[in-house]
Design a protein around this ligand. Structure first.
Ligand SMILES: [Zn+2]
Length: 335
């Protein structure tokens, strides 16, 4: 009988090793551990053995039963764990899709404006957002009491330090540091003390351009801007220049193009006029040249500027400028 016990122990050990499913485990239990299983049958035979051998065989049988029970419990625990991890990694689920980002619509717009002007020979200049009164106003022909300052109310940090209201101070800084000829565009963030609404923001982006050389004419300004507008807004646009006022240019103009939404018929976007104002421009005022040490008798130049937010809004038909700054993924996904 001892031989049988040893053989069953070996059988159970090799059987448990190949158990890899709850069904196989159940078969193992039925074979070895139930009331009619082979170990229980040996217990039954214990009645027939001579009384002298009973204690030793009984002990061996108990050990066998405990050992096989342990094999069963161990495998059951392993299988249970396997089921749990199979639940947490469900291979039949579709994978998580990675989000593909894109450039912000304002960055896209600025990139395109930059590449058009770079293609026409312009360089790019940068300047500080925290400016002094002189570079933001004084050197640009805004006298201290001039009403044009009201149009550009800003955030003063101290009596003389302020957040720039336009990128024009960069024009002054470029001209202070470079003799003519100068041909650059100046993109950057600007600030105005304005109530935030669908049509105005207290912080937004501008890009300005400046060309100074001997004999620069208004027709060159016009030609450059028309070439830009055709590339940016479309070949078939119509345009017009309307006289305007800026302290730092003389003469000054605003450029309009036919509304590309209604093709000039009149709609909400163009306030029923059929025209959209796209930028301001003009010939640099001689007093600006004097303040940077250029000889106004020798040099002439033109300057122009546009709001990038407004340009992007026109281009994409966005009717509320605040949308550009709300980081709403449903809005940004469209670009
Ligand atoms: Zn229109």
């Amino acid at each position: 009988m001892l031989d049988q016990i040893n053989r069953i122990r070996e059988d159970a050990q090799s059987a448990i090793a190949s158990v890899d499913s709850p069904e196989a485990l159940e078969a193992f239990r039925v074979k070895f551990l139930v009331r009619k299983g082979i170990i229980a049958q040996l217990f039954d035979q214990l009645r027939d053995v001579p009384p002298g051998e009973k204690p030793a065989l009984g002990k061996a049988l108990n050990e066998l039963r405990n050992h096989v029970q342990q094999l069963f419990d161990g495998k059951a625990a392993i299988l249970q764990k396997g089921t749990e991890s199979a639940v947490s990694i469900d291979l039949s689920l579709p994978g998580r899709r990675g989000y593909l980002g894109s450039k912000h619509p304002l960055t896209q717009t600025l990139d395109e404006i930059k590449s058009i002007f770079i293609g026409m020979g312009f360089g790019i200049a940068d300047g500080p957002e925290l400016e002094d009164d002189y570079h933001n106003f004084g050197a640009l022909n805004f006298p201290p009491d001039h009403p044009a300052r009201d149009m550009q109310d800003t955030f003063f940090i101290s009596k003389t330090a302020l957040l720039r209201t336009h990128t024009s101070p960069v024009q002054i800084r470029v001209m202070e540091n470079h003799p003519p000829p100068v041909r650059v565009i100046m993109p950057g963030r600007v600030y105005r003390n304005e109530a935030v609404s669908a049509r105005s923001l207290s912080a937004f982006y501008q890009v300005e351009g400046l060309y100074v050389n001997t004999g620069v004419t208004f027709s060159e300004l016009k030609g450059t801007l028309v070439a830009f507008a055709r590339q940016f807004y479309g070949r078939d646009i119509k345009y017009r220049f309307v006289p305007s006022f800026f302290p730092f240019t003389e003469p000054s103009a605003e450029m309009y193009i036919t509304c590309f939404l209604c093709k000039g018929k009149g709609c909400r976007m163009c306030k029923q006029t059929g025209w959209l104002e796209v930028l301001g421009c003009g010939m640099v005022d001689p007093s600006v040249f004097r303040s940077v040490g250029y000889d106004p008798e020798r040099y002439t130049g033109y300057a122009f500027g546009m709001g990038i937010d407004r340009t992007a809004a026109l281009r994409y038909g966005v009717d509320d400028l605040r949308l550009f700054y709300e980081s709403d993924i449903r809005f940004l996904n469209q670009f």
